[in-house]
Design a protein around this ligand. Structure first.
Ligand code: ATP
Ligand code: MG
Length: 441
């Protein structure tokens, strides 16, 4: 028996419909915020992700990297690096009138970590990147976009943590302070933290092992090392969030899992009683140096990524089902092989008119076919026997009322239409089963 690889998932039926609902919602929200979709490759040259001096766990331990002879490729563990690589490679920074470039993506990411609830080895992220203009307004806009999505999904138990890492000067000052502070305590720290101390002491604050220890809690705080410009920038971000009435809390310990962040960093944590746990649903921040690192000009960006599995889990935990089982409008029942071709024709006609229709193709008994009507919750059963065939008719049974009537083939669509009160039930999107609620008529 073959088995699915650890940390991966299959989705089908109703579960796929939930993904579609989420994807539709993301497209709607990104569109009103003026973001356009970009699709970059699933794998890149390893150097795109493994940048000099990167100390993050993701880069050091979690990447799926494979060698192809004389070069090395990596399955993307995140979206930002590929997008910035592409932004620079395509010189999208060239025309100031087109900046900031507002881009979003959705798709699978790969990280070799221990699978558990809400943590997979292949998972999907939705993310946005806004590159080319540095303004606290954009940091706030980005957080607002994520917050809008989370709210639209019915996730209410959400906390947004924000912090600032300041500019280069502030961070250098803070790093030195951390090194000085931790140097006498090195022996008390975990092995990873010893490495972090050398590579990037900021990451010490992100330790999942040493985190609760007293030395961690008493460590110097970034906010005491911010220069004036960095402090002012953060003040502006907070002011914008206040104006948008987005609730947030300052989290001194928030440094984020990746090394490229500067200034604002944020993380939205959802708390669910149903899951009895806390999970980060989206997280991101500003990056001043990444575009330059990839060979572009000095140009800042801001973005976040949201775990789509976690968004779905949290929405469901709060009672938003996201999708319902697909039901049929009509199920067509040919009563003998002689009626099958005509039945297929009628089924096709219904489909061309936007009705969700299916038919029996196995010559099954009436009883078996009515079971299919039940199972698919079809609104109509269309019965086509030889008598109906000869008369150019089909028997239409409206299941909810059990009303039935022989209808001429050419009048079939009008007859079905007549059951749908066009002014009330049918949405402008044209789908008679529509639940998008966009149109009243
Ligand atoms: P965590 O602290 O949970 O490991 P992270 O800091 O590694 O998260 P990011 O790199 O910021 O996560 O990714 C952004 C979002 O992607 C996370 O907030 C989370 O919702 C989701 N995510 C990250 N790793 C996984 C995973 N292995 N499985 C499912 N979702 C994930
Ligand atoms: Mg992680």
């Amino acid at each position: 028996m073959y088995q699915i690889a650890q940390g991966t998932q299959d989705f089908m039926g109703l579960n796929c419909r939930k993904w579609q609902t989420l994807e539709d919602l993301i497209r709607q929200i990104t569109t009103v915020y003026g973001y356009q979709e970009v699709r970059t490759p699933i794998f890149e040259y390893t150097e795109v992700f493994k940048r000099d001096n990167d100390s993050s766990d993701m880069v050091n331990k979690e990447m799926y990297t494979f060698s192809m002879g004389d070069y090395s490729l990596t399955l993307r563990p995140e979206g930002t690096a590929g997008i910035v690589r592409s932004f620079v490679e395509k010189k999208l920074y060239g025309n100031p009138a087109e900046l900031p470039a507002k881009m979003y993506y959705m798709g699978p990411m790969f990280r070799h970590e221990r699978p558990q609830k809400g943590r997979y080895r292949q998972f999907s992220q939705f993310g946005v990147e806004c590159i080319g203009v540095k303004s606290p307004l954009l940091d706030a806009e980005c957080i607002a976009l994520g917050y809008t999505l989370v709210k639209a999904l019915g996730i209410s138990n959400i906390k947004i943590h924000i912090n600032t890492l300041g500019d280069q000067e502030s961070r250098d000052a803070y790093r030195n302070a951390l090194r000085e502070y931790f140097a006498p305590h090195l022996e008390e720290l975990c092995a990873d933290c010893k490495r972090r101390f050398e590579q990037n002491p900021l990451r010490l604050l992100d330790c999942k092992v040493d985190g609760p220890k007293e030395i961690m809690q008493n460590a110097p705080k970034m906010r005491d090392y911010l220069n004036e410009a960095s402090a002012a920038y953060f003040e502006e971000v907070k002011k914008c969030l206040d104006a948008l009435e987005i609730p947030y809390e300052i989290d001194d310990g928030l440094v984020r899992g990746l090394d490229y962040y500067t200034h604002t960093v944020f993380e939205a944590i959802a708390t669910s009683d149903a899951l009895g746990s806390q999970l980060a649903v989206f997280a991101g921040g500003r990056y001043d140096d990444l575009v330059k690192y990839f060979g572009g000009p000095e140009m800042s960006g801001v973005g976040f990524a949201a775990g789509m599995e976690r968004l779905i889990m949290m929405a469901e935990a709060e009672g938003n089902e996201l999708a319902t089982v697909q039901t049929l409008d009509a199920y067509v029942m040919p009563l003998s092989t002689a009626c099958q071709a005509k039945a297929l024709e009628l089924t096709t006609m219904l489909r061309s008119n936007g009705y969700i229709a299916d038919m029996d193709v196995q010559g099954r008994s009436m009883k078996a076919m009515f079971k299919s009507v039940d199972r698919t919750q079809a609104t109509f059963a269309l019965i086509l026997g030889e008598d109906e065939m000869n008369a150019g008719e089909v028997r239409v049974k409206h299941i909810p009322t059990q009303e039935q009537k022989n209808v001429r083939w050419e009048e079939l669509i009008d007859h079905i239409d007549s059951f749908y009160d066009i002014t009330e039930n049918v949405c402008t999107c044209g789908n008679p089963n529509c639940t998008c609620g966009k149109g009243e008529n």
